[in-house]
Design a protein around this ligand. Structure first.
Ligand code: PMV
Ligand code: MG
Length: 360
């Protein structure tokens, strides 16, 4: 039996701006995983996931039509991952076969409630990884990223794919997304293998060394949020001048933060976390989308009170907040103040693959 896994992720900085090519984000892989196992089958295959079987299928209405929102349903990511990887396998001359595929997830709790740790990205990566072994495709880390990205875009459409990079590469990453229109046009015009082998404009995946004195804390609000909905809503303000300013300011802020990593400068990283929090609050004013909810504000303000630099992580609207704090600072007072305020500290660590073969 083939068994593989892919880690979940957390955004540290650069959210929303990172959806536009050339605007960096910092992302970490965390040590909670989605695992996929594959066994050869005869004549009929199966896909099974205990975690997802009870998930409701969300729908909305457009005019008088009932429209399914497939973007939060992991099965669609699994199907897209199978579709693209098998297309790639066929182009490589492999013979397609039947299999039973099973998914288990540590990224959702037992009620299928999401922590916001990126289960759709991780399930896509884990499925491509399992098929990579099943069909002996020998994908590099970058090829794995590209295939998983095409599958993910096919379902979600509006994301940066930073979560996929974190799941493929592990550790701390500086990530800027590729030119999506260019890739989608090429996808229609040429072979998948050619597209996977070519250089994608603007894509940057750079592993970062983390300063020794830096400690990452994660707080969970307990309220789930839908990334794809929030990104859709923010995008309605895309033609506003202030949105352009937000993009430029976010890029400058994250570039400075990356410098902080390269110079082992925890205070500079903290300064830029606070700056990024301000910028995201400005984005809320201009788009009317609540990114830092009341709970996230409480989480951040308490962290600031005890010497940390804090902000919402990812799309916000619930899920998690992150804190960057000096390792020498005590964290127990903060932990108990969070618990009193209904914030759950998540005892997670950054995950590194043992043999990192970094490509960009
Ligand atoms: O909420 P999360 O952790 O899925 O992060 C979303 C980050 C965004 O920048 C808002 C969207 C994206 O795809 O990068
Ligand atoms: Mg989220």
């Amino acid at each position: 039996m083939i068994e593989v896994s892919a880690p979940g992720k957390l955004y540290i900085a650069g959210e929303y701006a990172v959806v536009e090519p050339g605007h960096p984000a910092i992302i970490v892989a965390i040590d909670q995983f989605i695992s996929v196992s594959i066994e050869p089958a005869k004549k009929i295959g199966s896909i099974q996931s205990a975690q997802y079987s009870d998930l409701p299928i969300r729908w909305t209405r457009r005019k008088n039509e009932l429209v399914l929102d497939i973007r939060d349903n992991p099965f669609h990511y699994i199907l897209a991952a199978i579709h693209f990887t098998e297309k790639f396998a066929q182009e490589k001359g492999k013979k397609l076969a039947f299999f039973d595929l099973k998914v288990t997830s540590e990224l959702d709790n037992s009620n299928g409630r999401k922590y916001g740790l990126g289960s759709s990205g991780a399930v896509t990566v884990a499925t491509v990884k399992a098929l990579n072994v099943f069909y002996d495709l020998q994908l590099s880390q970058l090829e794995l990223f590209k295939l998983a990205t095409l599958a993910h875009l096919n379902v979600q459409g509006n994301g940066s794919c930073g979560d996929i990079a974190a799941s493929c590469y592990g550790g701390w990453l500086a990530f800027s997304t590729f030119d999506h229109d260019w890739v989608l046009k090429r996808l229609e015009a040429e072979k998948l293998t050619t597209l996977i082998e070519s250089t994608w404009p603007n894509l940057q995946i750079e592993p970062l060394q983390v300063p020794e004195d830096l400690r990452l804390l994660i707080g969970w609000t307990g309220s789930p949020a839908s990334t794809s909905d929030l990104v859709d809503q923010v995008h309605q303000s895309r033609y506003d001048n202030s949105y352009e300013n937000f993009l430029t300011d976010s890029k400058n802020c994250v570039d400075q933060m990356i410098l902080g990593f390269k110079q082992n400068n925890v205070p500079l990283i903290q300064k830029m976390i606070r700056r990024n929090r301000q910028l995201l609050n400005q984005l809320t004013s201009l788009s009317n989308v609540s990114i830092e909810t009341e709970e996230l504000k409480r989480l951040n303000d308490l962290a600031e009170k005890y010497g940390g630099a804090a902000k919402s992580s990812g799309a916000g609207g619930g899920d998690c907040g992150i804190v960057i704090i000096d390792k020498r600072a005590g964290i127990l007072p903060l932990m108990s103040s969070w618990e009193k305020a209904g914030i759950t500290p998540l005892p997670l660590h950054v995950f590194h693959f043992r043999e990192d073969t970094h490509e960009s």
